[in-house]
Design a protein around this ligand. Structure first.
Ligand code: FAD
Length: 221
């Protein structure tokens, strides 16, 4: 049963990523890391539901989404890129397999960081961030989502990897086996992996080869 909600505020936070503050239906709850189907509440779009992850704290009186906009074709995110305050959305029930299971490494490519925003904000609120490291892979420094908040939250346990732009002081490469060996050291912990399917598959394969227990890998099924 979809919930009709209004956009309360929206703004671009990187060149192609937009943050939305949205009304929260009464009694609506989710677990940090979960997503829901979202559609635009307007003719021709109401049945085109796409999954997006809640990034707000569960205790917040509003919901937040952080959404990468694909402008190159007329899909749901292009329409969300045009959406503004007071426009209506249709929200489904929360679902999803990425939940916090214990300290470890969070690997994200691009907008794959969204479940970790909710999880890490929740851990920060509970003062349980210790032992967690976030590794984000993006094309360039301009594409990093919530750079400032993650730096304040995690300090040296927030690492950026850039696949295209040379940025002095940062690693400029893909996450490969050598990077994992240098970063992780102890493979007996949890590994959260989220991003495009090829990123998830590659990283999980490398982690398993390096000794990670398949049961310690937390991914969207
Ligand atoms: C559980 C889950 C949670 C998610 N949470 C988030 C989130 O919090 N934030 C977020 O940003 N994303 C999230 N995603 C991804 C998000 O759902 C997709 O980016 C979204 O569905 C894309 O919708 P669309 O209709 O705009 O694009 P689609 O039409 O579905 O296209 C998606 C991809 O295909 C390409 N493509 C398709 N057709 C064309 C075309 N004709 N021309 C050019 N390119 C094309 C697009 O460039 C893009 O790479 C999540 C996905 C899942 C499964």
């Amino acid at each position: 049963m979809p919930y009709a909600v209004k956009i309360l505020d929206s703004a671009f936070i990187t060149p192609d990523v937009k943050r939305f503050k949205v009304e929260k239906p009464k009694g609506y709850t989710f677990i940090p890391g979960q997503a829901a189907g979202v559609a635009l509440d307007k003719p021709g779009w109401a049945d085109r539901k796409k999954p997006f992850t809640f990034t707000s704290l569960t205790s917040s009186r509003t919901l937040e989404f952080i959404i990468k906009i694909y402008d190159d074709h007329d899909g749901v995110t292009k329409q969300l890129g045009l959406a503004k305050k007071s426009d209506g959305l249709l929200l489904g029930d929360p679902y999803g397999a990425i939940h916090y299971q214990g300290p470890g490494f969070f690997f994200a490519a691009g907008a794959g960081v969204t479940p970790y925003i909710a999880i890490l904000r929740d851990l920060q609120k509970k003062k349980k961030l210790a032992g967690n490291t976030l590794v984000c892979s993006n094309k360039t420094a301009d594409d990093v989502i919530m750079d400032k908040e993650f730096t304040e939250m995690l300090g040296k346990n927030f690492l950026n990897i850039f696949t295209r732009q040379h940025v002095i002081g940062f690693r400029e490469k893909r996450i490969d086996r050598d990077t994992l060996v240098a970063l992780v050291q102890d493979f007996n912990q949890h590994f959260y992996v989220c991003g495009p399917q090829a990123f998830v598959t590659d990283l999980c394969d490398m982690l398993k080869t390096l000794g990670a227990d398949p049961g310690s890998l937390v991914i969207e099924q």
